[in-house]
Design a protein around this ligand. Structure first.
Ligand code: SAM
Length: 199
């Protein structure tokens, strides 16, 4: 989906995915000691701000300027700092020194993009991933619960295992969840979850 699509969607006054962090992200982050974290395609900042409140040194990026503006407002409401870059996922480059890279609904056309970004972790760094599975197409028809309707932007277990082949798997699962993240991620949905440690 285009930058214009996202800028228009984020132009709404309300936080369209809410101000609370994604629950899988929170459950995994809460078990780790704070360090340096990267959040690709971070949107309006709900996960970045949660991490910053909990002592993480937060870096994130997104292609949408209106998303960044809302993320910066959320950060200042919570009196924390986040390092937010406007960039396309294909073009970003960071040092390979992150303790965590967390992909939360980061759907990019090219799976190599996710592999590249996951490798900005350092040795023993973690990946946390929750994105819609290919089964979400059926859930969209029945429940309109969100996500891209282009099957190529969705993930299978096999896709995710391949993308994160540089990581020891702590969890790789396809689960039905009941989303309650603002107006656009709402209701029964199918997601893939991955948690791993850099080999
Ligand atoms: C469903 S939103 C998720 C936002 C955030 N991760 C969250 O969970 O609240 C998807 C985000 O991906 C961003 N995005 C999509 N393709 C991108 C790309 N190629 N480079 C950077 N950001 C991208 C969009 O601008 C949008 O903010």
């Amino acid at each position: 989906m285009s930058v214009e699509f996202w800028d228009e969607r984020f132009a709404a006054n309300e936080y369209i995915y809410g101000k609370s962090p994604n629950s899988y992200f929170k459950s995994k982050l809460d078990k780790l000691n704070s360090g340096k974290i990267l959040l690709p395609a971070e949107g309006e900042g709900r996960n970045a701000v949660y991490a910053a409140i909990n002592g993480w040194d937060v870096y994130c990026f997104d292609q949408s300027i209106s998303a960044m503006e809302k993320a910066e407002i959320l950060a200042s409401e919570n009196m924390v700092n986040i390092n937010y870059l406007i960039a396309d996922a294909d073009e970003v480059y960071y040092k390979h020194d992150f303790d965590v890279v967390a992909f939360i609904f980061s759907h990019f056309p090219n799976h190599n993009t996710l592999r590249k970004i996951s490798n900005f972790t350092k040795e023993n760094g973690h990946v946390i991933f929750e994105c819609f599975s290919k089964k979400q197409i059926k859930y969209q028809l029945e429940f309109n619960s969100g996500g891209p309707n282009n099957i190529d932007l969705l993930f299978s277990l096999n896709d995710v295992g391949k993308i994160f082949r540089d990581f020891e798997i702590l969890e790789l699962s396809e689960v039905e969840v009941n989303l309650n993240e603002g107006n656009y991620h709402n209701g029964p949905a199918s997601v893939i979850r991955f948690n791993g440690v850099k080999k």
